[in-house]
Design a protein around this ligand. Structure first.
Ligand SMILES: [Fe+2]
Length: 354
């Protein structure tokens, strides 16, 4: 371990435990707020109504049109409601889409947000906001968008379907794996990364066996929280770059793409980040990080081939070219042959190779 690092704790208050949604009114008061607007996607409106009921008079309304990639038009609509209702806080109930909207409102108003995550994506622990305008996504990192409070209530994850739990969980693990070998890795975040990988590796197979297993769900949510901290603290490298290329150019589904790519990108980097990837392998209880992730993905029935989620064979070459275009830091230098072979294996659904 190198004793030469920068560590910065992000000041989010985390309230963790089954039934903790009931603490919401107190948490809103703690922020000196009393007029909260609840945010959700159209699918989660029923839950948002329950949250509004928990809040009682402290809730001034619900905005239920949160959408993927945080389109600016949607944020503008929500902003109208914020102004009309004179809201003094927002509550983001849901996954990346809703939490992104809460951040976009915070960016424009400085209003405090409480995030109530229902998936394992981890965005609630980060000061990162991605917004889409005219089809172009731009990402920024600014402390004002970091939620003030996050409530992790396992009850809200019990109905997350098994398949989504698997891909969302692997997507979360990717943040921890990349944090372990990040250029700005530090020993504290690495501890969280290893713990986060271990918690998800243990719990996800149990969730697939029984999606209503509360212990497994709590352990997965704990792991997802830690992986969210990793995403907020460490720079991301090859894995995220490749998934970005695949998602952006071929419109592949987000969590599935991450789930398929992770064993391959980890195996590619492992020889050049031996210590870091040994820690990941240890957390996975496996010989190597690539094998451990590959076996886990198979056990939890996550998709394992890019061709099964819509990547045409010609896309292998295109993605390779795109991935080589803008150089960026990665523990192992990018070599075109290696990247092409990696993407081909991921496309075909073959096991990873270092
Ligand atoms: Fe990510």
């Amino acid at each position: 371990m190198k004793h030469d690092f920068i560590y910065e704790a992000l000041p989010t208050r985390v309230v963790f435990g089954e039934g903790k949604l009931a603490a919401l009114p107190d948490e809103i008061k703690r922020l000196n707020a009393s007029r909260a607007l609840v945010l959700c996607t159209p699918n989660q409106l029923e839950w948002a109504r329950q949250v509004a009921a928990v809040l009682g008079p402290e809730c001034v309304g619900i905005f239920s049109q949160a959408a993927m990639h945080t389109p600016v038009e949607v944020t503008e609509l929500a902003m109208e409601q914020v102004r009309q209702l004179n809201a003094d806080s927002v509550i983001g109930l849901g996954g990346g889409s809703t939490i992104g909207l809460g951040k976009a409102i915070a960016l424009r108003t400085g209003l405090p947000q409480v995030a109530v995550p229902t998936t394992y994506a981890g965005s609630e622990m980060t000061p990162i906001l991605g917004q889409t305008e005219n089809g172009v996504k731009t990402t920024q990192r600014t402390p004002i968008v970091l939620p003030k409070t996050v409530i992790y209530d396992v009850a809200l994850t019990l109905s997350l379907p098994a398949s989504l739990s698997a891909t969302s969980g692997l997507n979360a693990m990717a943040h921890a794996v990349e944090a372990l070998y990040a250029q700005n890795a530090n020993p504290v975040v690495s501890l969280m990364a290893e713990e986060g990988i271990g918690a998800l590796a243990q719990s996800l197979p149990n969730i697939i066996g029984d999606p209503s297993d509360r212990n497994a769900r709590a352990q997965a949510q704990y792991g997802a929280w830690l992986c969210g901290i990793c995403l907020g603290s460490a720079g991301m490298a090859l894995h995220h770059k490749l998934c970005h290329v695949l998602g952006g150019r071929f419109n592949l589904p987000h969590a599935e793409t991450h789930a398929i790519m992770l064993p391959h990108t980890a195996a590619y980097n492992a020889p050049h980040a031996a210590q870091a990837m040994q820690r990941a392998a240890r957390a996975l209880n496996a010989e190597s990080v690539g094998d451990g992730l590959w076996t886990l993905a198979r056990r939890i029935k996550a998709p394992q081939a890019l061709r099964a989620i819509g990547l045409p064979e010609a896309g292998i070459e295109q993605a390779t070219e795109l991935a080589m275009k803008n150089p960026y830091w990665n523990p192992r230098p990018l070599d075109k042959e290696g990247i092409r072979a990696l993407i081909r294996r991921a496309w075909a659904g073959e096991a990873p190779r270092p």
